[in-house]
Structure formats: C-alpha cells, structure tokens
Design a protein around this ligand. Structure first.
Ligand code: SAH
Ligand code: SF4
Length: 366
C-alpha cells in the first residue's frame, strides 16, 4: 500500500494522470505502454473500476487498485420525462446526492451537470438555492456525471453527448478548484470540444476573469435575470457583491480573449422582471457584451407562488430584442414533469432520506 490517501484517477488532469501512472509503472519495472493502456481504458472505454482495465495483467490491476482509486458516482435513481429528458440522481462515495440531466433535441444531446452539492448563492427563484449548500464536488465527481450519463446514453440509443453545460446544481465559479481541472479533463481527456462546453455563472467575477484568461474557447453563460442593479438584487443576492457594471467589465475581458461566445440567461417571472421598459436596458447590455440572450420561462418551485411570464409577453421580449439587433431565443422548457428543468434540481430524494433536513434548512416565506 502506498502512503497517504490513494489519488482518485478521475480527478487528475490528463498530464498529472500520465506522470502518476508513469511513476507507478516504472517503480514496478513495467513497460511504458502500461500508462497508455490505462488512459485508453479510462478515457475511451470509460472503465469504472480497475477490474475493467482488462488490457492489464491481473497483478497490475491489483497493484493499481492499491495505489489509486476510481470514485465513480453510482446512479441511485434514473427518471425519464415524457419529452425524453433523463435525470440521473448520483450517489457519491460519502452518500451525498447530485443530479445531472440529459436533454435530447433534434441534432444535439446536451448534458447538464452539477458543480456543487447544493448552492450557497440563495437566488430567490431557484430550488437549489433554497436548499442551501452541502459541499464542493471534486473534479472526478463532476467528470463522473459525464462518464455515467454517457454510458447510459450509449446503452439506451440516445447517441453521443454533443454538448455539456454547467447548469445543474451549484455555482461553478464558487468551486473553481475542481471546476477548472474538470474542464481540462473533459476537453483533453475525453475529447469534448471546448466550444461545446458552457459554464454558467450567476456572476462570480474572479471566475469569469479566470475563464477569460484560459486559451481554450469554453463558452460562458451569465445568469442575468434583470438589466438593472435594483431589480437584480431582489433576485440574485450576489448582485450586492458583484453588481452589473463590474460584471460588464469582466465580460469585456472575456470577449477580448478571442471571440468567445457569451450568453445571457434571463428567467422570465410574471410581473417581476418582464415589464416592457426593461427591454431597452437589456438590449443595451447584450449589445455591449455581444451576448446571445436566452429567455427562459420561469419554472415553478415549491417555495414561491411565482409564475412564468405569459407566452405573449415572452414573445414580446423576444421580438423587441431582435428588433434592436440582439440575437435571442426562447428556451423550450424540458423535463418539468420530473423536476429536471432549470432551477428545479435539489437532490430530491435527500428530503425523503434524511427527513426534513433540506426543506427545513430554510422556511419558505408566507
Ligand atoms: N449557478 C449557475 C448555474 C446553475 S443554475 C447559475 O446560476 O448560472 C442554471 C440556470 O437555471 C441559471 O441560468 C439559473 O438562473 C436558471 N434557473 C434557476 N432557477 C430557475 C427557475 N426556477 N426557472 C428557470 N430557470 C431557473
Ligand atoms: Fe445557485 Fe445558480 Fe441557483 Fe443561484 S441560480 S442559487 S447560483 S444554482
């Protein structure tokens, strides 16, 4: 047995994985190609245990298992929506639960993954926010959702995952220590193109700047939801720390990083952020950041009586923004019947598993 905790192979960036394996096999007097065999097993065949690295002799599999771990999340429940959307509830090694969602559309299969168990940001319209924060995920636990969902998709005729969005539970830039390596692992290890990966943030400026500084063309989504500070503060508590003018400065950096794409997410809530006079300021911000605007009908959550804006109102926003020269789309709501839509993820069964812990963590307002 090696000293100290065994490193989780799924959490290592490809370059670190290679040097760790090279050192391990050379110490054992094994040929150099053993490393390649393990890399292939992990990245191409999605081996989830050392027994599955069948190209290695039995003794080497054992030795590997004594030196390293493979911490694969295990699917606890899998729910399939009427519209084909599939939600996995993953149990992590310590019993923590997180969710990922597969969303099939005409030409794409998008996977939405979680970056934290829970979320500390407390956005008032988001079920994950109401549940509070449990813990950070490791890079391997983030990547593990992709591996598990990809395997499931391959086995159930869903085809290949074409896009990954960090839009599940959690605020990715509050977990940069794991999220940044997870981007490298997905991109370099598993070969997912950077332009097919989108990180969604509620506006953690240091994270936006860090992503902007990276050479790869990862995409950024900013959850804006309101075009002025007064209104945004009511929906997104982080606005007090990083207000819109500061966000816009950070986005300018992002774009300077070489034609990277930015999207504004705008969840439309009836009577709250859908007044016609908000259209022009929203258009101004979008044009300034050269951002694509995604209008998302609010998905009802248990803690609020709010409703989505009427379809005509959403269409009114869309056409008025378009008339101002903004690229805009209305995001079709998917997976609502299984609570897999935006903002509805909250590790549901946790409530059943541990009594009232999660729901009682905060009391819904009267
Ligand atoms: N924490 C990150 C990513 C996860 S949230 C972020 O906030 O960007 C993913 C998206 O779902 C965000 O755009 C978020 O604003 C949106 N969302 C949250 N609750 C929602 C709800 N009830 N209805 C519709 N969209 C919601
Ligand atoms: Fe967290 Fe995003 Fe939900 Fe806000 S919208 S509480 S940042 S997951």
């Amino acid at each position: 047995m090696s000293e100290g905790p065994r490193p989780d192979l799924l959490s290592l960036e490809p370059a670190d994985l290679r040097s760790a394996l090279d050192a391990h096999f050379s110490e054992r007097g094994q040929p150099g190609y053993r490393t390649k065999q393990v890399e292939k097993a992990l990245y191409e065949r999605l081996a989830g245990s050392f027994e599955e690295v069948t190209t290695l002799p039995e003794g080497e599999r054992k030795a590997l298992a004594e030196a390293f771990r493979i911490d694969e999340p295990v699917a606890r429940t899998i729910q399939r929506s009427e519209d084909g959307t599939v939600k996995h509830l993953w149990r992590l090694a310590d019993g923590e639960l997180v969710e990922s969602v597969l969303i099939p559309t005409d030409r794409r299969l998008t996977l939405c993954i979680s970056s934290q168990a829970g979320c500390a940001m407390g956005c008032t319209f988001c079920a994950t926010g109401w549940g509070g924060f449990d813990r950070q995920l490791s890079a391997g636990e983030i990547v593990g959702q992709y591996r598990g969902a990809r395997r499931w998709a391959e086995q159930h005729d869903y085809g290949a995952i074409s896009n990954i969005v960090y839009m599940g539970m959690g605020e990715p830039f509050s977990n940069r220590k794991a999220v940044m390596p997870s981007l490298t692992i997905l991109n370099v290890g598993y070969g997912v193109g950077a332009r097919r990966i989108t990180v969604s943030t509620v506006g953690v400026v240091p994270g936006i700047r860090e992503l902007a500084a990276r050479p790869e063309q990862f995409r950024l989504a900013l959850s804006l939801h309101a075009p002025n500070t007064e209104l945004r503060r009511e929906l997104v508590p982080l606005e007090k720390r990083h207000p819109i003018p500061e966000l816009m400065d950070a986005l300018a950096d992002f774009d300077d990083g070489g034609g990277k794409r930015i999207t504004f997410e705008y969840t439309m809530i009836d009577g709250l952020n859908d007044a016609a006079e908000l259209i022009d300021p929203l258009a101004d911000l979008a044009l300034r950041a050269r951002a694509f605007v995604n209008l998302i009908p609010f998905n009802p959550i248990p803690y609020r009586s709010w409703r989505p804006s009427a379809p005509e109102r959403i269409e009114g926003f869309r056409s008025a923004l378009e008339a101002r020269g903004v690229s805009v789309a209305v995001r079709e709501t998917r997976g609502r019947d299984i609570d897999a839509a935006c903002g509805q993820l909250r590790g549901h069964t946790l409530v059943q598993l541990s009594g009232t812990r999660r729901v009682a963590a905060r009391t819904a307002p009267a």
